[in-house]
Design a protein around this ligand. Structure first.
Ligand code: ZN
Length: 163
C-alpha cells in the first residue's frame, strides 16, 4: 500500500514540476523576441519572395514585416493598408508551435495581400482572396493560396475612414 502512495506522490510532484517548466518556458517566449535563427529564416524567405516579385512584376518591393504579439490568437497574419502605408504583421504567438508554417505559408499569403494593396486593388470580395490575389500568391512562391478561407486578414484604412 505504501508503494502506491509513494508512486502517486511522485507522479503528482513530477506533473507539477513539468507544469511549472512549461509555464515558465511559455512566459519566457512571450517576453523575448524570436530567436536569431528564426529571424534569419524569415529574412531569407522575404528575400526569396522579393526576388520572385522582381522577376514577375519588375518592381522592387520591401514591405515592413512586423512580429506582433497583440493579434488575436486565431489570426496568423495580417496585411494592412493605412493612408497609403502597407505593412505585414505576423502573429508572434503562432511562431511558438508552428514556425515553419508561419514562414513558408503565412508570409507569402500576406505578402500577396500587400501586393494587391500595392496595385491599388482593394477588392473585399471573399475577404480579399480574389482570383487576382491567388495568382499573385502562387507567383511569389505561396503554398497556401486557397481562395476559400474563412478568416479575415486584411485591414484597409484609406483617408477618411475604414473601407
Ligand atoms: Zn488572406
Amino acid at each position: 500500500m505504501k508503494t502506491i502512495y509513494r508512486t502517486f506522490f511522485l507522479l503528482t510532484i513530477s506533473s507539477l514540476i513539468l507544469f511549472v517548466i512549461i509555464f515558465v518556458k511559455d512566459k519566457e517566449f512571450q517576453k523575448n523576441p524570436l530567436s536569431q535563427k528564426t529571424i534569419d529564416k524569415l529574412i531569407k524567405k522575404e528575400k526569396d519572395i522579393q526576388s520572385l516579385i522582381q522577376q514577375r512584376y519588375r518592381v522592387n518591393i520591401n514591405f515592413p514585416v512586423i512580429i506582433e504579439d497583440q493579434l488575436p490568437n486565431n489570426l496568423f497574419g495580417l496585411a494592412t493598408y493605412k493612408k497609403g502605408v502597407i505593412k505585414i504583421f505576423l502573429n508572434k504567438k503562432r511562431f511558438q508551435e508552428s514556425e515553419q508554417y508561419m514562414i513558408d505559408y503565412v508570409l507569402p499569403h500576406e505578402y500577396a495581400h500587400a501586393m494587391m494593396f500595392y496595385f491599388k486593388d482593394f477588392s473585399k470580395e471573399n475577404g480579399g482572396h480574389t482570383k487576382r490575389w491567388q495568382t499573385i500568391c502562387k507567383n511569389i512562391g505561396g503554398i497556401k493560396c486557397d481562395r476559400f478561407v474563412d478568416h479575415h486578414d486584411i485591414l484597409i484604412e484609406k483617408l477618411g475612414g475604414i473601407y
